[in-house]
Design a protein around this ligand. Structure first.
Ligand code: EPU
Length: 319
């Protein structure tokens, strides 16, 4: 897919920001995944724009990587380009009055930094995301959230590079956030055969709040998470979405008795049944076999079809 001319162009245009045959296991929180033909890390918006235009012209498919925290890359890796936004400047600016805090942030900003900033200034609205790993861009694309809220609740607007390479500002009124999904207006071309539109910046609205209450709530949430979730082992967060009605996925998987079950080096976490953890050296095939078993057992017993929350990409083999 990538020939020598392509590689020369990539080296020339990205310098140290390009790596070939890069194992994706190094870039995912699961620590799993075969090699990407090329991993590109543009240093600024200009480089990113040029790269996307070039990839489109050359018809080289690309995938955009945020923090790699909600992703399972199959063992054969990824043909084409992976564009990682982690080297883009993740600057944050804000204005504040008595009613509102208006924030503008680059999407490479780690959600953790945004949450810390909100805590430091006692801004209300961001606590729901405490402990959600990854970048702001990734969190927006999947409308990441918890029982306490989701990205759509705080988003005011997005600046994107659409699939035709134009910068567009989308107001939140044009976007619809549903459970773990952001839906964009059809007239905005968000994806085509080569790759997706790319988020560049987000505008968020928070409100000034009560410092003591916000800090107390944050502490309770972090303690709850630490108690319930296996954060010390590589994982990709909850593996399945919670069904729209009825019991949550973790409870269903627990009820069918799969906690602790291992396939290869992947395990249903003994701590929380909706987490698949990498016990060390797990392959994507291990994870997928385990996930299939979880789906089947839950289907047989409850008639509920579990749907993966984790995005699954790449090829099974390196062919
Ligand atoms: N439960 C069990 N057994 C288990 C796990 C959970 O019985 O092994 C029960 C719990 O006792 C509780 C219920 O299931 O009654 C729900 O569990 P929990 O409170 O842990 O929440 P969850 O629905 O499993 C959701 C999000 C998490 C988020 C937490 C906390 C989804 C799929 N998951 O989990 O998000 O951290 O709430 O707000 O919506 C993620 O998206 O990656 C993620 C981990």
């Amino acid at each position: 897919m990538l020939d020598e001319d392509h590689k020369r162009w990539l080296r020339k245009s990205l310098g140290p920001g390009i790596r070939f045959g890069e194992p994706m296991a190094k870039h995912t929180s699961f620590r799993i995944g075969g090699p990407a033909d090329a991993l590109a890390e543009p240093a600024d918006e200009m480089q990113l724009k040029e790269l996307v235009q070039w990839a489109r012209l050359q018809k080289i498919p690309y995938l955009v990587l945020g923090g790699g925290t909600n992703l399972l890359v199959r063992d054969g890796g990824i043909r084409g380009l992976v564009i990682r936004l982690g080297r883009l400047p993740a600057d944050v600016k804000w204005t504040q009055d008595a009613q509102q805090v208006r924030i503008t942030a680059g999407v490479g900003l780690p959600t953790k930094r945004l949450c810390s900033l909100a805590l430091r200034h006692a801004w209300r609205g961001m606590n729901f995301a405490l402990g959600i790993p990854g970048t702001l861009g990734g969190a927006i694309m999947m409308n990441a959230g918890t029982g306490q809220g989701c990205m759509a609740d705080v988003l005011n607007a997005l600046i994107i590079l659409n699939a035709s390479g134009h910068k567009v500002r989308l107001k939140m009124e044009q976007i619809r956030g549903s459970y773990r999904k952001m839906q964009f207006p059809q007239k905005i071309q968000m994806e085509d055969d080569t790759g997706p539109a790319i988020l560049l910046q987000a505008e968020l609205n928070l409100t000034p709040g009560d410092r003591v209450r916000i800090h107390r709530q944050a502490q309770q949430m972090m303690q709850g998470r630490a108690r319930r979730q296996p954060s010390w082992q590589p994982n990709a967060g909850c593996f399945f979405k919670n069904p729209a009605a009825g019991l949550p996925a973790g409870r269903l998987i627990d009820e069918v008795g799969l906690k602790g079950l291992k396939m290869g080096n992947a395990q249903v976490s003994p701590r929380h049944a909706n987490f698949i953890v990498n016990c060390g050296g797990a392959t994507a095939a291990d994870v997928l076999a385990l996930a299939e078993l979880m789906e089947n057992k839950v289907w047989e017993r409850f008639g509920v079809q579990l749907k993966s929350e984790v995005r699954i990409v790449g090829q099974e083999t390196n062919a």
